[in-house]
Design a protein around this ligand. Structure first.
Ligand code: ASP
Ligand code: MG
Length: 427
């Protein structure tokens, strides 16, 4: 069995959905599990609907209608005959009843909000936001079946069993393995991102969680591989929006992919890699525009191929230097105290370095808690703060390109280990 995952960008419009057919015709579709995210920016739109609902702003109903229109528009466009979708196929799609199915899901979404009594935001979030995936998978499955690609539509909430940590649910592996083994038929299509708890309520696995769904299914089905279809040729050695001359990484060891993600590369989330690594299931990242190209493979291998430096930049971080007031050494006690405060303020630490009397840290202030942190630290330490810094990380550093980073900008800190060079610069 192979598992494919198509993200929101790959099914953002009718052409995207048609292209899924194209990809499956090229790669074959026997013994295939297909995971699909919500179309385009639907999840963001659903978040906005919920935000307005929470503010008692009735315009949320208009946004739901807009969501309906957008999806209906895609269905209407899919009813057109194109170069590789013929009249019979279009007719079958029309006869699938997909327009009414869409209406039904939209009504269910409205009903969910109109009937709602709960004050538990995260719970409600999952009940609402999951509708994006329900709609997209119904449309894609109806279209594939019409195009002679037989896939069984499966409700992911019957497969992925989780705890009740809404918005960031944890998988109950044993139960999930048991339910997934019950899937019958050769190929199926299901939603990414969503699951259900013991009471049958919908849960979600965290934003961008569809990759993780693909990995969970692959793990439970002992799949031979997972392929994530993207709008880029694969995993590159740097973000092309920041660096020039990027190179495609053909083979990436699991550990290296986890390291790259740790330093801030938007590769694949470590949570997705862990189940795959445990069962040695390779993960392919390929372009849905060039499905015949190899793309990148994350797998058990010893070295990166090609073995070249990888550049990662994280921007808008804060650089802190915490010093003792009386020139006493910064010891284990102080460090543990500082870390306690960092963790209370939910800061993500990107880099740290200590000297005898000071401790330097580069943090990301995801929850806007920097002032809370500073006031706590300043009770006992002198703290200097530089906002808007960038942290460059170079894995497999070979001396190149760094000079350009350093020449252009003011360097606040540089740290080198055997594999990795990190430079903090003022933005
Ligand atoms: N649709 C969800 C999101 O946008 C899950 C995903 O795309 O992976 O976060
Ligand atoms: Mg998405």
């Amino acid at each position: 069995m192979r598992i494919f995952k198509f993200g929101g960008a790959s099914v953002k419009d009718a052409n995207g959905v048609r292209n899924v057919v194209n990809v499956l015709r090229i790669t074959g579709f026997r013994d295939l599990g297909v995971v699909v995210s919500a179309m385009g920016k639907t999840t963001n739109a659903l978040e906005e609907i919920l935000a307005r609902y929470q503010k008692n702003d009735n315009s949320y109903l208009k946004l739901i209608d807009k969501l309906y229109e957008q999806h209906n528009e895609i269905i209407v466009e899919l009813e057109e005959v194109t170069d590789f979708i013929n009249e019979d196929e279009v007719l079958r799609f029309r006869e699938s009843g997909i327009k009414n199915i869409l209406k039904g899901i939209i009504e269910a979404l409205k009903g969910e909000l109109l009937r709602n009594k709960t004050k538990n935001y995260s719970f409600l979030y999952d009940q609402v936001v999951s509708h994006g995936e329900l709609i997209s998978t119904k449309i894609v499955a109806a279209f594939l079946n019409a195009c002679n690609i037989p896939v069984q539509w499966v409700d992911a909430r019957e497969l992925i069993k989780t705890d009740t940590k809404y918005r960031d649910a944890g998988v109950q592996w044993q139960e999930t393995e048991n339910t997934i083994k019950n899937i019958s038929g050769s190929s199926f299509l299901t939603q990414g991102f969503i699951g259900s708890d013991d009471n049958g309520f919908t849960t979600t696995l965290g934003r961008e969680g569809s990759d993780y769904t693909a990995a969970i299914l692959a793990y439970c089905l002992d799949a031979e591989s997972v392929t994530i279809w993207k709008d880029v040729p694969g995993v590159l050695n740097a973000d092309p929006r920041v660096f020039q001359d990027t190179v495609l990484l053909e083979k990436i060891p699991y550990n290296e992919a986890i390291e790259l993600a740790f330093y801030g590369a938007s590769v694949i989330h470590p949570k997705t890699l862990q189940p795959l690594q445990r069962k040695s299931i390779p993960l392919h990242v390929k372009s849905f525009l060039n499905p015949k190209e190899n793309g990148s493979t994350i797998t058990h291998s010893n070295t990166l191929l090609p073995e070249i430096p990888c550049y990662i930049v994280r921007k808008n971080l804060i650089f802190l230097r915490v010093s003792s007031r009386d020139f006493s050494f910064i010891g284990e006690g102080n460090i543990s105290e500082i870390f306690h405060e960092l963790s209370e303020a939910k800061m993500q630490v990107g880099l740290l370095q200590n000297s005898a009397i000071s401790f330097s840290i580069c943090v990301e202030d995801k929850y806007s808690l920097i002032n809370v942190l500073l006031s706590r630290l300043q009770e006992r330490y002198d703290v200097s703060v530089v906002k808007n810094v960038a942290l460059y990380t170079i894995r497999h550093y070979n001396g190149e390109k760094v000079s350009s980073i350093e020449n252009e900008q003011q360097v606040l800190l540089k740290q080198r280990t055997q594999e990795t060079l990190q430079v903090v610069v003022k933005q």
